[in-house]
Design a protein around this ligand. Structure first.
Ligand code: MSP
Length: 521
């Protein structure tokens, strides 16, 4: 049995959770549940990134202490995890002593090894933004944009990590590990970035400018740069559990280069630790073409109730976590961006979930009640339609396993739906309502076989769907008189475990949606 340690990005504690955060946690959760069902010993970590200037400023603006602010935000994010049925094993907050200790220890070790050094830095500094500026911050005419306020030249002593010393090693590592970043085109972007020499990384901020951070153990006038602090969470959370290296870091495309693909592997190398095995880089959910973010509140298009970022999460409140989880995984091609609209969600809900899956279950329950005293009969007849269905299943199961193990989750769901639609077509072909009227015993056998095949087909589908829709799948299996699915590989062989079980009378897995709200006049 393998062990599998996976993480998500830790969210910034400077705003409320939105669809972008939700998607990443669902994505990682589906992978975690999938690996558990393949027999891996999974450790799934997520958490909150609490330090830094933005968080400090947000708290100040709200007139509260950063710590109290972070406590409130942590409550919101943990609430989101509950709402989405995320099965994380641990939740790390970067203000926790277990994290602070490890960060300080790492800083001290790098300092002692001469890999962190002190140097003076002179640059242009925006007093209003409280940050050093880069040449690229200048307006096209060379002046500083007015939103930067007063810009002064400032000389400041800071501490630097010898990042440049690890560049050659990192390039070599990427070349020998072509699967380090998924999808592959992102790995090429990393190598592209590394074609230019990288600078050493400034990893300190004077406390006079920023106090909300982890103090440098060797100079108490400074706190450490928030990325040095945040990235270390992946290690600090498991430092005493012997779980390093991580098998998978799930992150968005905005934080690949340079933090996760450059700083992090080099920091680990400098500390004598292995790099993570793989980075999974997803794209963005957009609304109205713009990245969903905490500040974005798209204006409602005329006549259409455009969902605000939080309304997407309200879909989980209204319909349970599973339809939203299904939608997010089914709709997004991993690595690409995807546009979110309420209409798309409703369409998937109605067709894939309601019509294809929910109705199929009720067709079975209804027919079993009418023709088989509510029990799943044994498959008596075995003719071409049955054989074709089972043959389709064996290719579906193989494709589903291969695709879902290769992170092609959307495609794995598409394969499952080909089978679900084939089950529906099989029922139409067999037409049990006609067989039920026939006096021919051969037709009675065909009817029993039809019910048995749909029952077993649904069991297999529910097993495969368990990582994506855990609650609905478990409920579907219970309707078939079966326990929750725990294994994917073993559970995917065509069997007769359902035969003789008492079925539920009726179950509406996906209640019809209300008609779309009409715009207020
Ligand atoms: N705190 C840093 C990550 C530190 S990891 C050591 C951060 N936080 S974040 O809150 O801005 O973003 C957290 C994750 O959510 C990132 O992986 C980011 O890509 C993801 N998303 C934020 N908005 C998103 C969308 N609109 N769509 C999909 N995911 C996006 O970055």
């Amino acid at each position: 049995m393998g062990r599998f340690y996976l993480t998500t990005a830790i969210d910034y504690a400077n705003g409320a959770p939105h669809l972008g955060h939700a998607y990443e946690k669902v994505l990682a959760d589906v992978i975690a549940r999938h690996r558990r069902m393949r027999g891996d010993q999974v450790h799934f970590l997520t958490g909150l990134d609490e330090h830094g200037q933005k968080v400090e400023q947000t708290a100040r603006r709200a007139g509260i202490e950063p710590r109290a602010h972070c406590d409130a935000i942590a409550g919101l994010f943990r609430g989101m995890l509950g709402l989405l049925d995320i099965s994380n094993d641990d939740y790390i907050r970067t203000t926790e002593p277990r994290h602070v200790r490890v960060v300080q220890d790492a800083l001290q070790r790098l300092f002692d090894a001469g890999l962190v050094y002190r140097a003076e830095y002179t640059g242009f500094y925006s007093v209003r933004q409280e940050q050093f500026l880069l040449e690229k911050d200048r307006a096209p005419d060379g002046s500083w944009p007015s939103l930067l306020g007063e810009v002064v030249q400032l000389t400041e002593a800071n501490y630097f990590f010898r990042l440049s010393q690890f560049q050659a090693w990192l390039v070599g590592h990427l070349e020998t590990h072509p699967d380090f970043v998924y999808p592959r085109f992102r790995q090429r972007q990393v190598l592209e970035f590394l074609r230019e020499p990288v600078n050493d990384l400034c990893i300190s901020r004077p406390k006079s400018r920023l106090s909300w951070g982890i103090e440098l153990p060797f100079d108490r006038d400074y706190v450490t740069y928030v990325w040095f602090d945040a990235l270390t969470n992946y290690y600090s959370a498991v430092a005493d559990k012997g779980l390093w290296p991580a098998d998978l870091h799930v992150i968005g495309k905005d934080i690949l280069v340079p933090p996760h693909a450059v700083y992090w592997p080099c920091m680990l190398k400098a500390l004598g630790l292995e790099p993570p095995r793989r980075l999974l880089v997803h794209g963005w959910w957009t609304m109205g073409g713009a990245k969903v973010s905490k500040t974005q509140a798209p204006a409602a298009a005329a006549g259409e109730p455009a969902p605000r970022p939080l309304d997407a999460l309200a879909l989980a409140r209204d319909h349970g976590a599973d339809p939203l989880r299904y939608f997010l995984i089914r709709e997004m091609t991993l690595g690409q961006d995807s546009e979110f609209t309420l209409e798309l969600f409703r369409q998937r809900y109605r067709t894939d979930l309601g019509n294809d899956l929910g109705n199929l279950l009720n067709r079975l329950l209804n027919m079993a009640g009418r023709y088989a005293a509510g029990k799943l009969p044994a498959p008596a007849a075995d003719e071409a339609p049955e054989r074709e269905l089972r043959a389709l299943w064996s290719s579906t199961a193989a494709k589903y396993l291969a695709l879902s193990s290769d992170l092609q989750l959307k495609e794995s769901l598409e394969e499952l739906w080909v089978f679900i639609r084939a089950l529906n077509a099989y029922v139409d072909t067999r037409a049990p309502w006609k067989l039920g009227k026939s006096a021919d015993p051969a037709d009675r056998s065909r009817l029993d076989s039809c019910l048995a095949h749909v029952g077993e087909g649904l069991r297999l589908v529910a097993t495969c769907l368990t990582p994506v829709m855990p609650t609905v799948s478990t409920r579907l299996l219970a309707d078939l008189g079966l326990p929750p699915a725990t294994r994917l590989d073993e559970g995917l062989a065509w069997s007769s475990v359902g035969v003789g079980r008492a079925l539920a009378e009726k179950d509406i897995l996906f209640p019809p949606l209300d008609p779309p709200a009409t715009p207020a006049s």
